[in-house]
Design a protein around this ligand. Structure first.
Ligand code: ZN
Length: 427
């Protein structure tokens, strides 16, 4: 417990540290230091404010605002410290390169049809912030400092190089990426590989001869978490992941409750904020595979967390993802191919699709999440239940020709990664 307290410097503790520095150094601060302090304080405010309710569109609106978030998490607050302590310069350069990867347009895909409005850098930022919120709401109990940092970084990179079409399309069109990688977790493999390459390029999470075995293990473990958690974001592996987590659940919760008992701590069912506040951490007691499973589960939940946000965000993201699917369907029709599932705008109902996705994928996922992460899972589940009711009403109405569902298209900003143009019917 003492160890855990030593390695976690929370945003609040950081605030105290900054205030002390200000008090001690205020007579003698030159201009560069003063600027630095202002920047650090801004970073602190951003870090403290990041939660499930953050407006991630606004936070991703410009390159500067995106950097503010990244700095607040990785550079200014020690909220997330990667093993090997990469330099600030290397972290900045990594961020710049990673971001660029979300703006890539690929050969063999007609971007006058495919507008990539969901799988943008804004989605990456949204998933990173939600992963941070899930860790803060209980998830941090299961992972050590380096593992948490690796997971938040994986969240930012999980869809890098995404083409804007799904894996089925790349297989159906015999795309060069399919020929190179094969049909399983095609784009997830590309993203994971690319993130690891960028880490090597920028000397982040790389081992050296000067390191001892513990340091080398920490780095290898962090890289493994990044790779595996990105691969697990393949929605085709959803069921497999649910089964694995359900199987591991009893042991995880037994361990959690045992530790609460040993340390005489209060606690609710799954891990929650109360456990974090009391300094509980199980990372040394869990085996590596279980920690990778929990980390991957957190990232997968963050990746599909839109249905568990407030209605405004839930609907906005739903429209974006459906629009991206529909643009793929339009391209498939143009190529004389059968549109993939949920991609044909002439037959798919947006509210109907959300009701179905919620019923068959999301509900059980959030219920399981709540069992392991009580507070974060509960937040998503409560919103999800209320959003589902709204989608059901809209679905019923949309079946009546008098009031079809109208998609209100609010794309991310251009700097947030949206690369398309509005169609005439959207202007
Ligand atoms: Zn994603």
């Amino acid at each position: 417990m003492l160890f855990y307290k030593n390695i976690v410097l929370t945003c609040t503790q950081y605030a105290t540290a900054v205030s002390l520095l200000l008090l001690l150094g205020c007579d003698n601060v030159d201009e560069s230091k003063s600027t630095k302090t202002v920047k650090l304080t801004t970073g602190l405010q951003v870090c403290e404010s990041l939660n499930f309710e953050s407006d991630t569109f606004q936070l991703s609106d410009s390159n500067d605002s995106q950097l503010d978030v990244f700095e607040s998490l990785f550079l200014n607050n020690n909220a997330y410290q990667l093993p090997g302590n990469p330099t600030r310069e290397n972290l900045y350069a990594f961020f710049k390169d990673l971001r660029k990867g979300y703006f890539q347009k690929d050969e063999g895909i007609d971007y006058s049809f495919v507008r990539k409005e969901y799988h943008t850098f804004t989605h990456a930022m949204d998933v990173m912030i939600t992963t941070h919120a899930l860790l803060n709401s209980g998830g941090a109990v299961y992972l050590n400092s380096g593992e948490r940092a690796a997971l938040v970084l994986a969240a930012l990179g999980h869809d890098v190089l995404h083409t804007g079409v799904n894996n089925s399309f790349l297989i159906q069109t015999n795309h060069a990426y399919f020929q190179d990688i094969g049909g399983n977790s095609l784009q997830e493999i590309r993203s994971a590989k690319y993130v690891l390459q960028l880490l090597d390029k920028h000397r982040i999470l790389v081992t050296s001869d000067a390191m001892n075995d513990t340091q080398i293990n920490e780095i290898q473990n962090a890289r493994n978490i990044i790779e595996q958690s990105i691969l697990w974001t393949d929605i085709k592996r959803h069921k497999e992941q649910m089964e694995s987590v359900a199987l591991a659940k009893e042991n995880i919760l037994n361990l959690l409750n045992q530790e609460r008992l040993i340390q005489a701590l209060e606690g609710i069912a799954g891990a929650g904020k109360i456990d974090i506040n009391q300094g509980l951490n199980l990372s040394a007691l869990l085996d590596v595979d279980t920690k990778i499973l929990i980390a991957s589960f957190i990232l997968h939940c963050a990746d599909v967390s839109n249905p568990g946000k407030d209605w405004e965000k839930c609907e906005r993201w739903a429209v974006l993802v459906m629009n991206e699917f529909f643009s793929q369907g339009d391209l498939q029709k143009k190529l004389g191919l059968k549109p993939s599932m949920n991609c044909d705008r002439s037959v798919v109902s947006v509210p109907g699709c959300q009701v179905g996705f919620g019923k068959f994928v999301i509900r059980d996922l959030y219920v399981l999440l709540q069992e392991i992460l009580h507070d974060g899972g509960g937040y998503l589940l409560d919103n999800f239940n209320s959003n589902q009711e709204k989608w059901k009403v809209l679905h019923t109405k949309s079946k009546e020709s008098a009031s079809p569902y109208t998609m209100i298209f609010l794309p991310p900003s251009k700097e947030g990664g949206w690369m398309g143009q509005l169609r005439t019917d959207e202007k």
